[in-house]
Design a protein around this ligand. Sequence first.
Ligand code: ZN
Length: 277
Amino acid sequence: MRASRLNDFSRLCIHTITTRPWSIEEAIEKYAAAGVTGISVWRDSLVGRDIANIGNRIRSLNLEIVSTVRGGFFPNIDETARKDAIADNIQCIEDSSVLGSPLVVLVCGASEKQDLSESRDQIKAGIDAVLPYAQESGVKLAIEPLQPMYADTRSAVNTIKQANEIAEYFDSQFLGVAVDVYHVWWDPDLESEIQRCGKQGKLFAFHICDWLTPTVDMLNDRGLMGDGCIPLSRIRSWMESAGFSGYNEVEIFSNKYWAGDQDEFLNKIKEAYIKHS
Ligand code: ZN
């Protein structure tokens, strides 16, 4: 199936980290003025702010809050640190509720000091501990599988299949999966696992950017849509045929773009979104 073309910005969401040099206040104004319709709010942008006010400001400009980024980072060899992580996730859920954000993205975490299997057990335990708070607050949680190159410290959940298995294990309508093309584009099971996730009603989010060759920084060298090798519109067509109708969320960490003019970058995002997403 070929993806229908995107010809407007009615499903364009931008993650605040994408325009990191802008404060949350600037990002809100600039996105709204540019005709962007969704915003995913990174927690660092909320530090020192009145969160309810920020939520009201976003809504007053007809922007939709798509998600809060991010919770997770459950595994640790130290039990106190694991408890702290759970407390921080509960705080993240509460903040999301105050902000008016319907979803928390979970970057589940990992530790190079222990086996991946141990980290995976701790991720399940962490989700088990925070899921009741999510349900009570009406805020959903999305497990985001991360590239295996991050399996040492960022996530022991590395494929959609693993994320699906965890989500199915808990069988809660408050727990689903965030599909980020940067992390999963290479997976031979991608299409079938997207379908599986969609069948369960667990496709909660879709993050887009591109994979650059060569990638010069493992974290902060993501490309604009169309500048790399990710078959983005094909993956989007799989999402849509699996029932996903939410936002296409642009999430780009880039030392290169952060060093440049953010207004120009925002224009490039809009252009790439229509041409290459
Ligand atoms: Zn993402």
